[in-house]
Design a binder for this molecule. Sequence first.
Ligand SMILES: C[S@@+](CC[C@H](N)C(=O)[O-])C[C@H]1O[C@@H](n2cnc3c(N)ncnc32)[C@H](O)[C@@H]1O
Ligand code: SF4
Length: 373
Amino acid sequence: MAGIYIHIPFCKVKCNYCDFHFSTNQTLTQKMIESICEELIQKKEYLNKEPIKTIYFGGGTPSLISTELLRRIIDTIYLYFEIVIDVEFTFECNPDDLTNEKLKELRTLGVNRLSIGIQSFEDEQLEFMNRAHNSNEALNCVKLAQNNGFTNITIDLIYGLPNTSEKYWEKQIEKAIDLNVNHISAYCLTIEERTVFGNWYKSGKLKLVEDEYSLNQFKRLQSELHKNGFEHYEISNFSKNGFISKHNSAYWLGEKYIGIGPSAHSFNGSSRQWNVANNSKYINGLRKKETYFEVEQLSSTDKFNEYILTRLRTKWGVNLDDLFLINDKQKVQTLKMADKFIKNNDLQIIDNTLFITQQGKFIVDHISSELFI
Ligand SMILES: C[S@@+](CC[C@H](N)C(=O)[O-])C[C@H]1O[C@@H](n2cnc3c(N)ncnc32)[C@H](O)[C@@H]1O
Ligand code: SF4
């Protein structure tokens, strides 16, 4: 089983924190969709005809694209790949795009999971981040989606924002829970160099928050969501009633996927490839049959480190038999390091599998890097 990711590289505005690949100039939209369809055809053998169990439209902002153009991509997917009947079909949307009409169209396209970028329910913070939507739209779009029959909805929130109080974050969590969605992704704000926040940070206009401050918000999130029946199944992801993201879980479990569109990545079990993060270069590359992607064969060291990096963040943990089957060069050293974290109660070992503890979750990236070859 495998997954298909489609990257839609356009946005209405540039959010102050975001360095994903997108352009606010939408003049190339039509050509981009044609190129995406062309790439799907060119790479139809990439997954060795494995059945597709998840489709994910991400971005950028997929909800900006007209139904007619989206249908072209979806028709191409169905024509060239074998899609399982109960496919998880996720579509990223921004609140300001979600009208009754749009939601109905998304349903007719076969979308059965919505990922809505709320980020915050307060106007002051939404403006600070330069989001295109306001607090009313943040609340109403989820209800509108539910009224249109969407039962599998996830929302994105950002914590660790400067100048927000404890009370602010409690309110965000409360509002998220009240919406009765079955999945929440919450990301700690990172200041990326090539963004407005990055520039503000460099010029001293924006101060970084203390680690302790973000950590407290993370702890509060964990305990409130736990009390309300959410499972913390990956560092940034919480699900209710088993509604995990099948698509993202497949990434973390090392399954194969193909990423289509500029900047998208693909993985076929032995190599990774990634497309150029530039709209014109991507379109021209496909049109002129020139290279528009790079390929990297993964060494056993790469696979070993990736296994730790992706698995330790999840509820599935790092199985040591599987890990040392990939590479056992540094077995003694890895076990010694793991033991240090087990003694410190950051890791625990059950059935020869390493799991991150509640305490360890706060330093999971550090622990992973210490376990790497
Ligand atoms: C690539 S965005 C696409 C989603 C959609 N376009 C939107 O804006 O809602 C995916 C998510 O990553 C998160 N994100 C992006 N940049 C971030 C940053 N610098 N710090 C924290 N979270 C970030 C946001 O929560 C965002 O919803
Ligand atoms: S957060 Fe979403 S809408 Fe904002 S710039 Fe990034 S991809 Fe575009």
